[in-house]
Design a protein around this ligand. Structure first.
Ligand code: FUB
Length: 390
């Protein structure tokens, strides 16, 4: 019953997307001014409203050109610095007839116009964490988030929060969240802890599946306080220490190499959020016009839903679904961010030739708000492309 409902929602949405894509594309092509009229919005801007989705296609210096190997990317996380968007993705390497994820490294793509993307290559691999087990068949480098902050001396530091398998007590199988720090957005990132930030034991009282601690997202609020959100089938959050690599009130000692040991979580407050309908995974927190937004993957196959709050710590008011499931992929993984005065939503589809659940492709579309701060349904766009017919 649920599947039938999703299928019909999907069909309805696809028809609408195709229609609106056509309208937007024709308007964009025919307009010589900066004003583009769509069926849903009038936009006065030189910023793009239509995207050559999926925006990442080839593993070449210019990933939108046609030379080179197709690359499958997923789980976008955006960091905006000045006039550059740093788009960090996971990397799907499963064979066309393979089952399950094969994910070993994280890729970086940069753009100053949201249309042309420069391939910066691998910036982190699961094996950069000494404690990550991975294995030749899977790698298990799941979703991540990267943020920038200046340290006390004014020097820029970049923090890469990643989900990888390993690092658990008694060598138990299970996903953990780790962090790497760098002086450059392109890495190399070094693990300052020598152990994960979030372990299975930290959330064992709530859930028992081994992939519950995935999909980290960090938000630094205006007052400097930082929060880590994560989870699968349950959303958790915890405040971070000002160093952004320890949980607030986490206690430990250091071994001779400066690695953490004797980790004591008794004073750490991990919060479970119970009020988000159908929360599946991929939380992403951002602030727009004074309101906090939490977008996330809801249900399975996943839609993109969101909630709003007047605080980074909630309570969250559920606002509904803004993108229904996408054909050919059960996952969707949203990231919402501002760039040059406009708001964008990155997510993944499975639209490239040979695409599927384990061979996904990162896309971007515009976000438009209603006057009350709610988000209009996202219109997925694409451009007619000779690449797809080849
Ligand atoms: O890419 C591996 C996992 O699939 C991510 O961690 C989830 O968000 C889902 O996209």
């Amino acid at each position: 019953m649920l599947i039938l409902k999703n299928k019909s929602v999907f069909r309805k949405h696809t028809e609408r997307v195709l229609l609106l894509t056509g309208c937007v594309f024709l308007a964009a092509c025919s307009s010589k001014t900066d004003t583009v009229t769509t069926a849903e919005a009038t936009v006065a801007s030189s910023a793009p409203v239509v995207f050559d989705n999926p925006i990442i296609r080839y593993d070449t210096a210019d990933p939108t050109n046609e030379k080179g190997e197709i690359i499958y990317t997923a789980d976008p996380a955006a960091m905006v610095l000045g006039d550059t968007v740093y788009l960090y993705t996971t990397h799907d390497e499963q064979f066309i007839d393979g089952e399950g994820y094969r994910m070993y490294d994280y890729r970086l793509w940069t753009s100053s116009d949201m249309q042309n993307w420069e391939n910066k290559g691998t910036v982190l691999s699961y094996s950069d964490f000494d404690w990550a087990r991975g294995d030749a068949k899977t790698g298990n480098a799941y979703a991540h988030h990267v943020i920038h902050r200046k340290d006390e001396s004014g020097k820029s530091k970049y923090y890469f929060y990643a989900t990888v398998e390993g690092g658990q007590a008694n060598d138990e199988f299970g996903f953990a969240i780790g962090v790497g720090v760098s002086d450059s957005p392109e890495g190399p990132f070094t693990d300052p802890r020598g152990m994960p930030m979030i372990l299975l034991e930290d959330t064992a009282e709530y859930k028992d599946h081994t992939w519950r601690n995935i999909d980290p997202a960090v938000f630094v609020d205006d007052d400097g306080k930082a929060y880590l959100y994560w989870g699968n089938q349950q959303l958790w959050w915890v405040e971070l220490e000002p160093d952004l690599v320890h949980l607030k009130d986490e206690r430990y000692t250091l071994d001779a190499n400066g690695n953490m040991q004797n980790r004591d979580m008794s004073e750490v407050n991990i919060h479970a959020v119970e009020t988000l309908p159908n929360f599946e995974e991929a939380p992403y927190v951002s602030k727009h016009n004074g309101l906090y937004y939490l977008v996330y993957a809801a249900g399975f196959p996943e839609s993109i839903a969101y909630a709003t709050s007047t605080s980074a710590t909630g309570p969250w008011d559920y606002q509904g679904v803004i993108m229904p499931p996408i054909e050919n992929t059960t996952t969707i993984h949203p990231a919402m961010f501002d760039f040059k005065g406009n708001t964008y939503l990155a997510y993944h589809s499975a639209q490239l030739p040979g695409g599927g659940n384990y061979r996904r492709s990162v896309c971007i579309d515009r976000v438009y708000f209603n006057e009350d701060g709610t988000i209009k349904d996202i219109v997925r766009t694409s451009m007619p492309s000779t690449k797809e017919s080849k």
